[in-house]
Design a protein around this ligand. Structure first.
Ligand code: C5P
Length: 400
């Protein structure tokens, strides 16, 4: 990881929580990776940790006073914000979150938030009851809708002695997120990405359905990764238990026909369609309106579902289309055939004997030019970024 943040300007905002001491570690890690970091402290933060600690480690003045001019005689908070690639606030207290949500500007950090055009990441830390309070949750919802990235606090022992959700996320989680936000900074800005995820359920009667074992994890990881890279992301999801990634518009559907409609309704405004959903190929030809009674035998007739991706391929335009091919045999041949038939730009072939339902997956990415990239087994988050790297490469190839 050494040098991975070389050339990046980061503002580290520290607000007044006992977790402020952990910001010292964050600063050390960031500078260790080559980033140039400017620390901004609220008054509350200075009660927990002395600015000198941050000043020594960042080798820069710590910004605390709103009424100072920067060295180049710009107004301090404006100049600092303009230079930055990322504003990270860790820990972010309920008070700081509320100020950001409502546009209050009464100290350096809150002014900086309003004047910084760069992406913003918040790592909240507070007591369990405070974090759960609807005032804090509503403020976070506002901020996420505005595109602010928010990490979920962790569960565990809190300063109050209580156990609950409110601990500052682990250092590794914060650094991972910073890396994700900076490494590919904004390379999908301006794109409208539609990701489908999860299984579909095809109803037999009001309580029974036919489905598959897809969990939606790959699609959700793709949605999150695309959003981290600056895209406007919509997720059309079949039934899953996964939480919606912050800042992403989500539409829930149950059947393949509903997914078909949801995707087609949004196709005109979509510039990149990623069909990670495991769409059922068939549905029962009729679904009973009442719960079916037991019989000795049951015969169900199935009819074909519409192929969403093939339909999108027929109206491709300049849209990038990415499909998945889950196979148990002849993986690459089948994937290549689907890529061609459905007019795709990329197809992600996965041997479902490895990836189904788990946190990791092993895939091979095939592209429309005949390129084949075999990836080792990796987390779905990492695989999502590799897929998006290929999407970005295709886009820049088109522009060249
Ligand atoms: O042909 P096959 O179903 O294996 O193709 C898989 C790809 O096509 C996946 O990306 C899947 O999301 C998409 N698909 C679809 N509509 C269907 C079936 C599959 O969009 N009815």
């Amino acid at each position: 990881m050494k040098g991975s943040l070389e050339g990046k300007e980061i503002i580290l905002g520290v607000s007044g929580s006992i977790a402020a001491y952990k910001a010292v570690e964050i600063l050390r890690e960031l500078t260790g990776r080559g980033a140039a970091v400017t620390v901004v402290m609220t008054e509350g933060a200075q009660r927990f940790v002395a600015p000198l600690t941050f000043e020594t480690l960042s080798r820069r003045p710590v910004l605390t006073d709103l009424f100072t001019l920067d060295y180049d005689k710009h107004i301090g908070h404006v100049a600092t914000g303009e230079r930055a690639n990322l504003l990270v606030v860790a820990p972010a207290t309920a008070n700081t979150i509320a100020k950001f949500a409502h546009g209050l500007a009464d100290d350096f950090l809150s002014n900086l938030y309003l004047s910084s055009p760069c992406p913003v990441l918040l790592a909240p830390a507070m007591d369990r009851e405070m974090y759960a309070h609807s005032a804090v949750q509503e403020n976070l919802t506002h901020l996420k809708a505005r595109g602010v990235h928010v990490l979920e606090p962790e569960y565990g022992e809190l300063a109050s002695g209580l156990i609950g959700r409110g601990r500052l996320p682990e250092l590794s989680t914060i650094l991972q997120k910073i890396d994700d936000l900076l490494r590919h900074q904004g390379d999908l800005t301006g794109e409208t990405v539609l990701v489908t995820a999860g299984p579909t359920q095809e109803l037999l009667d009001p309580v029974r359905y036919i489905s598959n074992r897809s969990t939606g994890k790959m699609g959700f990881a793709l949605a999150q990764a695309a959003q981290d890279r600056g895209a406007h992301v919509t997720l059309v999801s079949g039934p899953t238990s996964l939480p919606t990634p912050p800042g992403i518009m989500r539409t829930d559907v149950t059947t393949a026909e509903e997914m078909y409609q949801a995707v087609l309704d949004r196709l005109d405004t979509t510039t990149i369609l990623i069909m990670a959903a495991a769409v059922a190929d068939y549905r029962p030809s009729s679904s009973a309106s009442q719960k079916m009674k037991k019989q000795e035998t049951l015969t169900v007739e199935f009819v074909r579902n519409p192929d969403i991706l093939a339909e999108a391929g027929r109206h491709k335009g300049s849209r990038i289309l990415v499909g998945f091919a889950a196979e148990t045999e002849d993986l690459l041949e089948n994937a290549r055939e689907k890529l061609r038939k459905k007019h795709l730009d990329l197809i992600v072939a996965n041997d479902i004997r490895v990836g189904f339902g788990g946190e990791t997956t092993r895939v091979t990415i095939l592209d429309r030019h005949g390129g084949v990239q075999e990836l080792p087994e990796r987390s779905k988050r990492e695989v999502a970024h590799q897929i998006l790297d290929r999407v970005v490469a295709l886009r820049s190839g088109e522009r060249a």
